[in-house]
Design a protein around this ligand. Sequence first.
Ligand code: NDP
Length: 418
Amino acid sequence: MAPPRGSQAPLEFGGPLGAAALLVLLPATMFHLLLVAGSESARILALPTSLPGLQALWSPRALLLCVTWLGLQAALYLLPARKVAEGLELKDKSHLRYPINGFQALVLTALLVGLGVSLGLPLGALADMLFPLALAATLIAFIFSLLLYLKALAAPAQDLAPGGSSGNPIYDFFLGRELNPRIGSFDFKYFCELRPGLIGWALINLALLMQEAKLRGSPSLAMCLVNAFQLLYVGDALWHEEAVLTTMDITHDGFGFMLAFGDLAWVPFTYSLQAQFLLHHPQHLGLPLASVICLINAVGYYIFRAANSQKNTFRKNPSDPSVADLETISTATGRQLLVSGWWGMVRHPNYLGDLIMALAWSLPCGVSHLLPYFYPIYFTTLLVHREARDERQCLQKYGRAWHQYCQRVPYRIVPYIY
Ligand code: NDP
């Protein structure tokens, strides 16, 4: 019997066929990139000439490490939080509560890893285990999504996500049927969004840096920049953790394979590609070029942070002095839309900043290979698609007022270009 259809939301990602293709393509792309990054040619468009032995692809130790990592992050999630925040209003008018202790989890993880390394923990060895770790993380994401799907079959209709309850099992498994799956107060989606994957990404970068230092005597400037830029991004996301509660991942998308795989496997293992590339393909980076790259990252970060903070402040308190003078238009929902400041320049200034940073993360790798530019290319595609999804949702929410906003602010991400 087909599960009941929770909503008539339009199908996204190409419907069931698209979802089935992505179920295979996303993990396959990640595994391909991992193999290519460690190969001599590092050619993204070529198939690896030889496959490593089974031992280099799968190891029970990697599975154990992944499970331990998730257990550690779950334990840190359960520690007392500096603040407990309320999510947006749900269909039944209630609000869920979320612990704001992601940054605390990052700091405690750093202390534990620092202690471990000082006691002789061979962190750099992770660099040689990336493929088995990614395979274990994918397996965990798959089993986890299956359990979430089964749990969602028993969930009341009001708990289903607007998009992930089409009645097609493959589509719903991919998109996620239940909006906020929880056991007690433990929120699985919120937990996975910013912790195991993002902190894991920073840890993998550090392991690659340590391995480079072991192989070549000291870490390269290029590797240090990539580590510093991406740690800043991870730290920023966790410091502003509360902002995730208003993103479409939390408010609109169900928790299924797309987010579980994305959070637990895709982010840590493909976002660390630049550092992986640098370990196997050292690059000389002079100080003048390094300074220019730092400047590009700083500009990107400034736009990203300023735009996100402006909207978050405005949504929390429109009379806050920092946003009170901005021009707005009213909508039938009672909410307002900013039409001056950052959000008057383009409709997604935060995406623009994010993309500039993405470029700065790749530049330390030189321009000899396409592989380190996978992230900016993929991320541009993701943000263009995400912008279109958000646009559809905003049009539904705000109707005529959204059209008015689009007329006032015609460019989506890049002024005068797109
Ligand atoms: P956004 O932060 O861009 O928020 C979009 C929402 O903002 C809209 O749905 C609308 O919601 C509100 N909004 C839009 N225009 C206005 C306006 N003019 N005035 C007031 N409110 C407006 O959403 P995302 O979740 O896509 O992005 C959050 C951040 O995460 C971004 O910086 C993005 O770059 C980053 N990101 C990073 C990813 C990565 O893998 N590194 C992946 C995805 C995102 P409402 O009106 O209901 O408030």
